[in-house]
Design a binder for this molecule. Structure first.
Ligand SMILES: Nc1nc2c(ncn2[C@@H]2O[C@H](COP(=O)(O)OP(=O)(O)OP(=O)(O)O)[C@@H](O)[C@H]2O)c(=O)[nH]1
Ligand SMILES: [Mg+2]
Length: 254
C-alpha cells in the first residue's frame, strides 16, 4: 500500500444531489489499491470506505465494475465464491485518493470448506464492526430471495454502527429478472425489513439504478465521518468473537 491518502473531503451540502455525471466520472477513476486476506493486511486509511457485502453470487463484483464503468476491475464470475479476499479500489484523482470501495467475499456458499467459512466469518464480522474508516455498506441481495436469514445476521452485526451514523444501502440486484410489478413489490417488502437503510433496485445488465447509486455513494463519501465505535487495542469490540474457539456469527449456513 503505497498510495498516499488525503485528508477527509470537506463536508458539502448534498441535499439536492450531485449531477450524476459528476458522480459517475468520480467512480470511473477507480483503480485497484490492494487485496487483503486478513484484517491486518488492510492499510490504515484516512479516507471513507464503502463496503459491498452480500451472499455469494449476489453480484457485488459486477456492481462495482458497472458503477466504475470498468470491465474487469473486480473479479466477477458465474462460479460462486470468486472473491476470496477483501479487495480495495481507490477513487479520486491519481495520487489523491478521496474514498475507497471494498469488494468483500460473499457468504452462504455451501461448497466452501467449513474451516475457510469460519475464518472468513470472523474476518468479515470484525471488519464490519471495527474498520475505523468504514463510512457505508452496500448490501447486495438477490430480489428473488429478498433479505435472507444470513443477510439479517449481517444487519445485526452492523446495526450499532448504523445507529451511530454508518450509511446503509440494500441493493436488490439482477432486477432485470423481475417484472416491473414484482420489482415494486419486493422493493416495498424490503423497505420494511432494512431497518435504517435505503433500498433500491439495480441491474448491471439493464443498467438500472446506476445514477442513483453513484449519487448516493458520492454523497456518502462527503459526509462527516461517523463516531468510531471500535475500541482501541486489539480491534475486537467487547463481546466480539475473535478467538478461534469462539462461535462467530453463522454467516455460512442458510
Ligand atoms: N442478470 C443479471 N446477472 C447479473 C447481474 N449482476 C451480476 N450478475 C451475474 O451474477 C453472477 C455473479 O456475479 P458476481 O458479481 O461475481 O457476484 P459476487 O456477489 O461478487 O459473488 P462472490 O464474489 O462469489 O461473492 C455472474 O454470473 C454475473 O454475470 C445483473 O444485474 N443481472
Ligand atoms: Mg465477488
Amino acid at each position: 500500500m503505497t498510495e498516499p491518502t488525503t485528508p477527509l473531503l470537506p463536508s458539502v451540502p448534498v441535499a439536492d444531489g450531485v449531477d450524476p455525471r459528476t458522480a459517475n466520472a468520480w467512480l470511473h477513476t477507480a483503480r485497484f489499491l490492494t487485496t487483503a486476506p486478513q484484517l491486518q493486511h488492510l492499510p490504515d486509511l484516512a479516507v471513507p470506505e464503502i463496503a459491498f457485502v452480500g451472499r455469494s453470487n449476489a453480484g457485488k463484483s459486477t456492481c462495482i465494475n458497472t458503477l466504475t464503468q470498468q470491465k474487469r476491475l473486480a473479479f466477477a464470475s458465474k462460479t460462486p465464491g470468486r472473491t476470496q479476499s477483501i479487495n480495495l479500489f481507490a477513487l479520486g484523482k491519481h495520487n489523491e485518493t478521496d474514498a475507497v470501495l471494498a469488494d468483500l467475499p460473499g457468504y452462504g456458499y455451501a461448497a466452501v470448506p467449513k474451516e475457510a467459512k469460519l475464518r472468513w466469518q470472523r474476518v468479515m464480522a470484525n471488519y464490519l464492526r471495527t474498520r475505523p474508516n468504514l463510512r457505508g455498506v452496500v448490501m447486495m441481495c438477490d430480489p428473488r430471495l429478498g433479505i435472507t436469514e444470513l443477510d439479517d445476521i449481517l444487519l445485526d452485526v452492523i446495526r450499532p454502527r448504523v445507529q451511530d451514523g454508518l450509511k446503509l444501502l440494500v441493493l436488490l440486484t439482477k432486477s432485470d429478472k423481475l417484472t416491473r410489478v414484482e420489482g415494486q413489490k419486493v422493493l416495498s417488502i424490503t423497505r420494511l425489513q432494512a431497518g435504517g437503510g435505503e433500498v433500491k433496485l439495480f441491474s448491471a445488465l439493464k443498467k438500472q439504478g446506476i445514477d442513483d447509486v453513484a449519487q448516493l455513494l458520492w454523497a456518502w463519501a462527503r459526509l462527516p465521518m461517523p463516531r468510531i465505535v471500535a475500541p482501541e487495542g486489539d480491534g475486537v469490540p467487547p463481546g466480539g468473537a475473535e478467538p478461534d474457539d469462539d462461535e462467530p456469527p453463522s454467516l455460512d449456513t442458510p
